[in-house]
Design a protein around this ligand. Structure first.
Ligand SMILES: CC(=O)N[C@H]1[C@@H](OP(=O)(O)OP(=O)(O)OC[C@H]2O[C@@H](n3ccc(=O)[nH]c3=O)[C@H](O)[C@@H]2O)O[C@H](CO)[C@@H](O)[C@@H]1O
Ligand SMILES: C=C(OP(=O)(O)O)C(=O)O
Length: 431
């Protein structure tokens, strides 16, 4: 199993190219199931989750090719992928595949909309919470599907096709909005999504669906209207830059000090995070090339943060921001409102000398003068990178174990940080 060794204490200086967003690429790839024509996605990050989803889509009959890649050659970063679901060969997504990646559950919607039936394994919980799918099922039922849970599988049937409807989400759900968008695009008639998620990744999916021929209005707002169409076509779409990767490196620079250009980053997608990173003491400015983050001299100020759906502070940056607060000059409160168990990083940050007390959905972080390197263990994707951020500013050596979590969502992490002066290396071992 690979490990990452970091020797802390170096400021970050240089340029980091921001990759395509994992959380946009995944639903966009799943949207390929909606059409028999080829969907070409540009700027797809080369990540474990993307490669796993290619396998899952392949199981349903999606052929894929990756530009410029010869057999046996290593995969390149952010490359175009062509996906063609000419014939759907299987409408069942088995446990062995879905259990490896939660977002793969979303294949339920396009399979149901195009084939009138889908059987998808329940994804189960994960390290950050129970993560039910009741609202995704509710959305499919509103669109006329008959849904039953049988032996751990969600079996949805709509023999005569889906029918447009009003779907009111009692809670904002990104996955619920993605799946409702895909299904309603091929339903008969008019649909309205009320209390829809407003994340930039929703807008990216809607933009792509519109290019494929869907009729969608209002993506990015709480109410989305969709007029169903009979079929969708192929298109070419570029995945938007990863706002969570952007925020992560911005927080890393705030932590270590230095001056880094996050090339290709889109400031508008993470204004709430930029605001708190600035309050913490870093300077963030938009340039023609991306986002420039600087912190020279001044210490880190404590800032209270509460996670919320977009445009609020993203839960996917909570762990990274907590890492920054461990070295603040004072105490801060970090409240997690999206997932009930997203504090697994607390005990690992404590190994590095952080002082954090948990009280329900709130973490009270008392900033310390110095962190000390130590062996730590990654528990989920964003928790892992929070340990990397803390380690970059800790004295001495940190060894991050179980880095396969990192590989799910951060493309070329070591290379990007190394290029800015960090001492970080991957130690590979055969098992
Ligand atoms: C691949 C991807 O894009 N993943 C993101 C997506 O996950 P995901 O789409 O799974 O997250 P949701 O927005 O659906 O979850 C938000 C909240 O709603 C709850 N809920 C959700 C669905 C449901 O049927 N019932 C229900 O109760 C969840 O448990 C959670 O408490 O949005 C999350 C919230 O921004 C991010 O942290 C994840 O990185
Ligand atoms: C929680 C995340 O992803 P997923 O929804 O795929 O588990 C994440 O990207 O931080």
């Amino acid at each position: 199993m690979d490990r990452i060794r970091i020797v802390g204490g170096q400021p970050l200086n240089g340029v980091i190219r921001i990759s395509g967003a994992k959380n946009a690429a995944l639903p966009l790839m799943i949207a390929s199931l909606l059409t028999a024509e080829t969907l070409t996605l540009e700027n797809v990050p080369n990540l474990a989750d993307v490669n796993m989803l290619l396998r899952i889509l392949g199981h349903h009959g999606v052929d894929h090719s990756v530009d410029g890649r010869r057999a046996g050659a290593p995969a390149r970063a952010s490359r175009p992928i062509h996906l063609t679901a000419k014939t759907i060969v299987d409408t069942t997504a088995p446990y062995e595949l879905v259990s490896k990646m939660r977002a793969s559950f979303w294949v339920l919607a396009p399979l149901l909309a195009r084939m009138g039936e889908a059987k998808v394994s329940l994804p189960g919980g994960c390290a950050i919470g129970t993560r039910p799918v009741d609202l995704l099922i509710m959305a499919m039922e509103k669109l006329g599907a008959r849904v039953e849970i049988e032996a751990g599988y969600v079996h949805a049937v709509a023999n005569k096709g889906l029918i447009g409807a009003t779907i009111e989400f009692p809670k904002v759900t990104v996955g619920g909005t993605h799946t409702a968008l895909m299904a309603a695009s091929l339903a008969k008639g008019h649909s309205v999504l009320v209390n829809a998620a407003r994340e930039p990744e929703i807008v990216d999916l809607a933009d792509c669906l519109i290019k494929m021929g869907a009729k969608i209005k209002g993506a990015g707002q709480s109410i989305i209207e969709i007029e169903g169409v009979g079929s969708l076509s192929g298109t070419v779409h570029k995945v938007l830059p990863d706002r969570i990767e952007t925020g992560t490196y911005a927080i890393a620079v705030a932590m270590t000090g230095g001056d880094v250009l996050l090339e290709g980053a889109a400031a508008g997608h993470l204004q709430s995070a930029i605001d708190v990173i600035e309050q913490a003491g870093a300077k963030v400015s938009s340039t023609n090339e991306g986002l420039r983050v600087q912190r020279n001299g001044a210490g880190i100020s404590p800032v209270d943060v509460t996670t919320a759906p977009f445009p609020g502070f993203p839960t996917d940056l909570q762990a990274q921001f907590m890492a920054l607060m461990t070295k603040a000059k004072g105490s801060s409160r970090i409240t997690e409102t999206i997932f009930e168990n997203r504090f697994m990083h607390v005990q690992e940050l404590a190994r590095l000398g952080a002082h954090i007390r948990l009280d329900g959905d709130m973490a009270l972080v008392e900033g310390v003068e110095e962190l000390q390197g130590a062996p730590v263990m990654a528990t989920d994707l964003r928790a892992s990178v929070s340990l990397v951020i803390a380690a970059l500013a800790a004295q001495g050596e940190t060894m991050v174990n179980r880095v396969y979590h990192l590989d799910r969502g951060f493309e070329h992490l070591e290379d990007k940080l190394n290029g800015c002066g960090a001492i970080i290396e991957r130690l590979s071992s055969p098992n």
